[in-house]
Design a binder for this molecule. Structure first.
Ligand SMILES: NC(=O)c1ccc[n+]([C@@H]2O[C@H](COP(=O)([O-])OP(=O)(O)OC[C@H]3O[C@@H](n4cnc5c(N)ncnc54)[C@H](OP(=O)(O)O)[C@@H]3O)[C@@H](O)[C@H]2O)c1
Length: 344
């Protein structure tokens, strides 16, 4: 399987690492032989139609843009070549799209994904932007072009929340979903009562530890959770919704006093994304401290309310370079499996 990697940051580097490390065992176990034939970053690309060797991938990881970008590689570098040109001109089966999220117009990822579809390439992405803004249209476009779109790393990072719902609960009916889907806000809401700090102090700590961005709105105003709710609603509940359909409240106004009041009743406050009775919502909610969903720190958790199996809760790390890269590898294996079945 020939792969074009678009975006060479935290997740992109994780993807090249995991493919190099897991290569031999995946070839052996699944007959799966992934080859990264191109990497496109903001300022250019590296291309080798025969596949970039593990040694070359390791060498590229040491380069640092903007002074020493990957496109300056003497063997395979193409300075200034755009990701769109790479997707258009390089032969490959799959594009792995891992550029930064943008929930205003989903670019540049939306153009990368549609270009991949139009040139007959499957897409694996961890980028929530295009899915949050245009998931129904993108799934249709993928079907129209007879290609697959996979995005398991967009919800839960490496924790297989989407697959668990889709595959493991396939025999049941999912009636509702509730989740703590954002590690930053969960860290803040854990830190406030534990260390007796205000929202602002907890946010500053989260920023110091690298859990929160300098511009934290995406997390604390609930946009990130809302994007994940959209993906769950479309993929798991068959609801054709986008970001504007989610009723969203963030955690800026949660006070230490409210957390103390909740604690007196054996509860705490968490930012919960939910899909219940056909409504998609993100808001801070009181939940019992002994509820399985009530995880602390940067952990994520999700509960599926099912007709027969009852409540099923999955807990795990919701982000991280290698964690998210493992979701990308899972998606690549899934596409490989689907393609093999097409041939039989
Ligand atoms: N990090 C995680 O744990 C995690 C977990 C789940 C999902 N995600 C999602 O995965 C995606 C990637 O995350 P990340 O943490 O790897 O982000 P990142 O470290 O910012 O990496 C993104 C890379 O894409 C490059 N880029 C920007 N515009 C581009 C363009 N037009 N063409 C080609 N490359 C371009 C960036 O270059 P510059 O830096 O020069 O702009 C950067 O190298 C995001 O959508 C994120 O929300 C991340």
């Amino acid at each position: 399987m020939r792969i074009i990697l678009v975006g060479y940051g935290v997740v992109g580097k994780g993807v090249t690492t995991i493919i190099a490390r897991r290569y031999l065992e995946k070839v052996k176990d699944y007959g799966f032989s992934p080859k990264i034939v191109a990497i496109a970053d903001i300022d250019g690309a590296v291309i080798n139609p025969r596949g970039l060797s593990p040694e070359k991938l390791e060498e590229l990881k040491q380069r640092r843009a903007p002074t020493n970008p990957i496109s300056a590689d003497p063997d395979f570098g193409h300075p200034g070549m755009s990701a769109l040109d790479v997707i258009e001109s390089v032969e490959a089966e799959v594009v792995v799209e891992v550029t930064p999220v943008n929930i205003k117009n989903a670019e540049p990822a939306l153009s990368h994904i549609t270009k991949a579809f139009k040139t007959g390439k499957h897409v694996v992405t961890t980028n929530k932007g295009p899915l949050a803004l245009a998931m129904p249209a993108l799934t249709e476009l993928a079907e129209y072009n007879n290609v697959y779109l996979r995005f398991s790393g967009t919800v839960g990072g490496g924790t297989p929340m989407l697959e668990f719902a889709k595959r493991c609960l396939a025999g049941d009916k999912i009636l509702g979903i509730r989740g703590i889907l954002n590690g930053t806000t969960n860290y803040i809401l854990t830190e406030m009562p534990q260390n007796r700090v205000t929202f602002q102090e907890a946010l500053t700590n989260a920023q110091k530890l690298g859990y929160a961005e300098r511009e934290p709105s995406m997390d604390i105003d609930g946009f990130d959770t809302a994007c994940k709710v959209v993906i769950l609603a479309n993929w798991v509940m068959n609801q054709k919704i986008t970001l504007r359909d989610v009723d969203r409240t963030g955690i800026r106004d949660v006070s230490l006093q409210e957390l103390d009041e909740a604690a007196k009743k054996g509860n705490t406050i968490k930012l919960i994304g939910s899909i219940e009775n056909g409504k998609a919502t993100v808001k801070p909610m009181e939940i019992p401290k002994n509820n399985p969903l009530c995880v602390s720190g940067v952990l994520n958790a999700i509960t599926f309310f099912t007709e027969y199996a009852g409540e099923e809760t999955l807990i795990g790390r919701g982000a991280g370079s290698m964690e998210t890269a493992s979701a990308v590898l899972r998606d690549l294996l899934d596409i490989r499996h689907k393609l093999a079945n097409r041939l039989t």
